[in-house]
Design a protein around this ligand. Structure first.
Ligand code: AMP
Ligand code: ZN
Ligand code: FE
Ligand code: FE
Length: 276
């Protein structure tokens, strides 16, 4: 088994990198990537954990797109590469600023000062919207994380705040310069029809895109098939990941890639890439 998209307590997951490794072992996963949002701060802990797993250091970078959600995975990145660290540290500042804005909105809503500490629990990094979603559940405002996003936190909803992002060109360049492979995450969330998606991918390939996460729980069998065809068309790697967030994302378990499995030819390719 393989899982190339997971989050830890260094972003909005609820498992530490060490616990992620242990959980992966119990599920017979052989290749595991840690891909926290806009941060590589958990990679040292991840690589330190003693295990026979093939561990892939990664990151998931949020990028700008008009309506949908655009996330770029960087797999096999060298987390010690200076420019990568510097740029991600800038993103941390943007996230802090955005969290402040959301906390202000929450404080207005609850008529009391809501602090980062009230929301963060065991988080080791910056807060993300899932932490806030859980807080709204705890407060009884909504009954699930999903509902919190639907009513309050999704793009266009009352508590949503955008944050400044890296531009796509820079993100792809940074990932490549740090020895990594840029892979477009859960492409369904871009919200593009087939024709627009094709044009979009062609532009990204020109910028250096190397892979598509065709296999993930958000994709139907048909979606997977379509994304694999696109990958073939542009000679891209196909990857698969669960986007595991622990208790911050219901219905997602580690190693469960949804309705499709990663085709053996791509699994072989990934197995041959040198880990760190
Ligand atoms: P942030 O990085 O703070 O913008 O939060 C992004 C995270 O929010 C993603 O990793 C998703 O796991 C989560 N998320 C986004 N939309 C939804 C949704 N509709 N339901 C549940 N979780 C979501
Ligand atoms: Zn997340
Ligand atoms: Fe994502
Ligand atoms: Fe993710």
């Amino acid at each position: 088994m393989i899982d190339l998209h997971t989050h830890s307590t260094y972003s909005d997951g609820t498992f530490t990198p060490e616990k992620l490794c242990r959980l992966a072992e119990t599920k017979n996963i052989k290749i595991l990537a840690l891909t926290d949002h806009d941060t590589i701060d958990g990679i040292d802990d991840f690589l330190c954990c003693e295990s026979n797993l093939k561990k892939i250091p990664g990151v998931e970078i949020s990028l700008e797109i008009k309506n949908g959600t655009f996330h770029m995975l960087g797999l096999f990145v060298n987390h010690k590469y200076g420019p990568l660290r510097e740029n991600l540290s800038r993103l941390k500042t943007y996230r802090k600023q955005r969290n402040e804005k959301i906390l202000n909105k929450l404080s207005d809503f609850f008529h009391e000062k809501i602090t980062q500490e009230q929301i963060s629990h065991d988080n080791k990094g910056e807060l993300g919207r899932p932490h806030i979603a859980k807080f709204l559940v705890k407060k009884g405002i909504v009954s699930s994380v999903e509902e919190a996003f639907e009513k309050y936190l999704a793009k266009g909803k009352p508590f949503y705040e955008s944050k400044e992002k890296l531009n796509t060109d820079d993100a792809i360049k940074l990932i490549i310069e740090s020895g990594g492979i840029p892979v477009i995450a859960h492409p369904i969330t871009l919200g593009l029809d087939n024709e627009k998606f094709d044009t979009f991918i062609r532009q990204l390939v020109d910028l250096g895109l190397k892979g598509i996460e065709a296999i993930c729980p958000l994709h139907s069998k048909e979606d997977c098939k379509h994304y694999i065809e696109i990958a073939k068309k542009y000679d891209l790697l196909v990857t698969g990941g669960s986007d595991f967030h622990g208790d911050n994302k219901d219905n997602v378990t580690l190693g469960n890639l949804g309705s499709c499995t990663l085709p053996a030819e791509y699994l072989n390719k990934i197995e041959k890439i040198k880990g760190r």
